[in-house]
Ligand binder design. Structure first.
Ligand code: SDX
Length: 428
């Protein structure tokens, strides 16, 4: 704790402690503001409000820095291994060889779904949004493992984390297969995390998919780059729900619902729709950017802008490189990538975007990569959820370990003052 913040209200003077984080971020600690002053603060969208102290992920929005447990995300790009990063985020350090081997074995062991869960998929219309299925099935999953409602025991927590991280792939793959009327493909215990997911998505009962190493590498990195992002909307939702004592599955299912929104994880779908509209000749990139600058159109340049990054989102830079490399390796000439590059070029030289510090975010290039892999647009946000799950689990665990109080914000009431009930017969 360093110096103190002073607040004057009328003739009264108040002081509040100033906290400083390990990277020099400073916060005025107002946890006893109302008790001392009778006032609350108001901060719609929480742009100026810290909900917690956390040691998992550090973002410097001005510098475009993103670190997982202190490690810059760029350092995971050389040999991307999503399972290793999941362990790092949840347990706080890179896994030893034995820890990694044991965790990977857990993920392999827990890849299957209870056969009873398959009937749930049949109950969904084929056109059901995969994010609706994902949130429902994560909650349904908990019904098959009631022993995992209580996770005070570290081994039991690890078992729940492994089951969720492993089975989210199977749920996603089965939702995809159901939407196409294809048979479910059981996980293959001889395959690692990402190849097994691709196997469940794209193999046939009579023909295993042969996934290119560059695709496996690219998808590992895509999942890593989505793995955590401090107190974003969906992670804050997981913490909020978990603060009531709700179990890990219910908290993560709530995170899926928050991520679904087009301003959050659903933006990767909106980006593809935007690129396709431009490609189909409806609009030129220049015309679209013009619409995005006009408030009256309600159009936004999807995949651009960020509440925290006022510089390049470091994930967008890496994903832009992955997109170029993967499409070249696969021999895919996707005009949508050229359109994305053109939109970026126009926006980055346009005063509207420069003045507002709007840069490409994580969603701007991810869809081009997933499309090249053969993943349909309506599954993009599901992929985001698979990546983000370890981050949600890490934050849920950190909050539960910290003995948090239930999250319960206050409000400023602006409705009717004292009124009385009027019997129906006396109403106009
Ligand atoms: C994710 O929080 C996280 O960390 C999220 C995430 C994660 O990893 O969890 O990083 C993932 O959600 C990335 C963001 C994906 N969403 C989009 O790409 C949707 C398009 N972007 C915007 O809607 C917007 O930039 C947000 C939602 C991302 C941020 O919204 P803010 O911080 O509330 O910013 P704002 O809406 O107040 O905008 C500030 C100004 C406004 O103009 P003025 O009123 O000041 O004139 O910038 C404009 C906005 O109109 N603006 C845009 C714009 N984004 C902001 N104008 C055109 N196109 C855009 N994309």
């Amino acid at each position: 704790m360093t110096d103190r913040a002073r607040l004057s209200l009328g003739d009264a003077q108040y002081e509040f402690p100033v906290l400083e984080g390990s990277e020099g971020e400073r916060a005025i600690d107002i946890r006893d503001l109302r008790a001392k002053t009778g006032h609350i603060t108001l901060d719609p969208g929480y742009g100026n409000t810290g909900s917690c102290e956390s040691a998992i992920t550090y973002i410097d929005g001005e510098q475009g820095i993103l670190r997982y447990r202190g490690i810059p995300i760029e350092q995971f790009a050389a040999e991307p291994n999503f399972v290793e990063v999941a362990w790092l985020l949840i347990f706080g350090a890179l896994p030893s060889g034995d820890e990694y081997t044991s965790f990977a074995a857990d993920l392999t062991r827990h890849a299957n779904l209870d056969e009873g869960m398959k009937h749930h998929f049949e109950g969904f219309p084929r056109a059901a949004p995969p994010m609706a299925i994902l949130s429902a099935m994560i909650n349904a999953l908990s019904c098959f493992y009631p022993e995992l409602f209580e996770l005070e025991d570290p081994e039991r927590f690890r078992g729940a984390a492994a089951r969720l991280i492993s089975k989210i792939r199977t749920i996603a793959a089965y939702a995809y297969r159901h939407s196409r009327g294809q048979p479910y493909i059981y996980p293959n215990p001889r395959l690692k995390y990402v190849p097994n997911f691709l196997h469940m998505l794209f193999s046939e009962p009579y023909d295993d998919c042969a996934c290119d190493e560059s695709v496996i590498r690219a998808l590992n990195l895509v999942l890593i780059l989505h793995a955590d992002h401090e107190q974003n909307c969906s992670t804050s939702t997981v913490r909020m729900v978990g603060s009531s004592g709700a179990n890990l599955f219910a908290s993560c299912a709530a995170g899926v619902c928050a991520l679904w929104g087009p301003l959050h994880g659903g933006a990767n779908v909106e980006v593809l729709d935007m690129l396709e509209r431009i490609h189909n000749g409806h609009l030129t990139p220049e015309a679209y950017v013009k619409l995005a600058k006009d408030k009256d159109t309600k159009v936004r340049l999807m995949g651009f802008g960020h509440r925290v990054y006022k510089n390049f989102d470091p994930r967008a830079k890496l994903l832009g490189e992955v997109a170029e490399e993967l499409l070249a390796r696969l021999g895919v000439d996707d005009p949508l990538l050229d359109i994305a590059r053109r939109l970026e070029e126009i926006a980055l030289s346009d005063p509207y975007f420069i003045e507002r510090k709007l840069y490409p975010n994580v969603d701007f290039y991810s869809g081009v990569i997933l499309r090249a892999i053969g993943i349909p647009t309506n599954m993009f946000t599901v992929i985001f959820a698979i990546g983000r799950l370890p981050g949600w689990i890490a934050h849920w665990r950190e909050q539960r370990a910290g003995g948090s109080r239930i999250a319960r914000p206050r409000q400023i009431y602006t409705g009717s003052t004292r009124a009385d009930y009027v019997p129906m017969a006396e109403r106009g």
